[in-house]
Design a protein around this ligand. Sequence first.
Ligand code: ATP
Ligand code: MG
Length: 652
Amino acid sequence: MAEVSSTIDALLHENREFPPPPDFAREAVANDPGIYDRAAKDPEAFWAGMAKELHWFKPWDKVLQWDPPFAQWFVGGKLNVSYNCLDRHLDGPRRNKAALIWEGEPGDWKVYTYWDLHREVCRFANALKSLGVEKGDRITIYLPMIPELPIAMLACARIGAPHSVIFGGFSAESIRGRINDCESKLIITADGGYRRGNVVPLKRNVDEALEETPTIEKVVVVRRTGTADDLMQSGRDIWWHDAVEGQSAKCDAEPMDSEDMLYLLYTSGTTGKPKGIVHTTGGYLVGVYTTSKYVFDLKEDDVYWCTADIGWVTGHSYIVYGPLANGATSVMYEGTPDHPDRDRFWAVVEKYGCTILYTAPTAIRTFMKWGEEYPERRDLSTLRLLGTVGEPINPEAWIWYWQNIGQGRCPVVDTWWQTETGMILVTPLPGLTTLKPGSATKPFPGITADVVDENGIPVAPGQGGLLVLTKPWPAMLRTIYGDPDRYIEQYWSRFPNLYFTGDGCKKDQDGYLWLLGRVDDVINVAAHRISTMEVESALVDHHAVVEAASIGRSDDIKGQAVVAFVTLKDTVTPSDELKVELKKHVTQKIGAIARPDDIFFTAELPKTRSGKIMRRLLRDIAEGRAIGDTTTLADSSVIQTLKEKYGEETEG
Ligand code: ATP
Ligand code: MG
């Protein structure tokens, strides 16, 4: 038997390379490769230089105070995030520029200029004050993807009341837990939201949640669907339109300390119970401002669309705070990509002339499954840059995106980061970096990441290990809300003074980083540690496959055996011959060690509400044990169906 390897065997080889298109490079915001050296030499000076592009009521005394594992950035500085996202743009030509272009699922749409958005934010900020909200009060927001959501966030930021946004797909129980965790005083919701042609009954969920939330005093309700007129409780509930009625369009932005809490937000819950992540004001804004500018190459005339839900960190940082701090035009869409038809995203790109699109691998794999005919129906010629986030992107999905959406013209930035990191940390700079499909490439300037073995020693090029961050960065989480011990335990106890990301990673000969999935998901076959990501990418590489999840199932001889759950293209018929062929394909792509013992075909994989594959539930199925926590699962019927099907097939 091979010796126990302490890292992850990195097996998959992907050699395609895509240098920046010359025209793109010439015009790029980041077009000087010296930015990496400059930032590496003096990261504090680099971040301070970026911070100076923002508006401060009072400058900071010290850039960084680092008492591991607790960091403070721009110590002593005073600023306001809403002021930086709005007021800062009102003096010049941006005043009448579209800040937000919003489209509802039924097809209604609305454009807010910076002036409009400023007015609406001020009015709602004044409404909050008149409802008794004070600086420091926590406010829960449970809204669909409608303009009132960013307006509410910016209003909270304006008066210094930290927000806690809860994704509109969560249940009453999840809302209750999150309200009680932060003891918020007020919740902002809507009667309903549109999703795939149906109305999601948000107000009803809130009413149920509020049966056991002693701290909530008021509920502000946006009238969106007209489905809760009979649910308003007098004394407690107030309509948004009534709350802003007669409110002044001027509201001074509260000077906040750089380290005051801007918001708290719960993680996706892919690996277990969600954690309440705390982000503060100065460092966070500098981090998302800088990365939005350089990673998305933001120019004055761009129409930038991030398809995430604002209920996730991606929406916080890269629909709201990052783009608006840059004075960009940010597009926001309420519904699903298949309503009324499967070309809806491409219809949005065509209608508003989107130039930049930022989406998730799970969405891209869905589009692959549906086929090329949908993007082909629409004019995508305005696009010039594409991005992805949320999971490792399989090289085949990357290539599909590049070819069918980017039409071979647009660089693809694969951005690695977490709720905890607040900002993108590993990413190409589109005008400078030669892309390799499946690699998030290199740390952003000023960020130091490394791949280490179980002892915290950096691995050699070509090896896999654990991704860690070796220095504090401006937008890093400050703690887990109300639980500093869990903060230390979760992120800082594995290795002294290294931030543990929980993700496996390979470093190649050129120093590129290849994310290999969660360390918890690694499969151990005959003492080889195999990444789920690599097995899945080998499967997705086969023309019949659009999506795959691989896991390790206990095996008397090998320790673990690879089991794969595979979703085929709509046009392919499942068969036993195909299973044999797929096993052979994995052997060819990465070697016999990774060959799945079993393959199961399934139309759907269990995913979190943010679209990530939940492998731990698949492991529960394969091991025949009780299914673990499913509260963050998008569709619980998927796991039930799979469990039954798996049971039938393994008995036979
Ligand atoms: P929880 O921490 O509750 O289990 P989560 O980790 O899924 O949930 P998020 O903070 O939304 O919650 O996701 C961050 C994780 O997503 C990263 O740790 C990584 O595993 C994955 N990820 C995000 N972007 C990428 C990317 N570009 N490449 C590879 N993995 C990515
Ligand atoms: Mg996580």
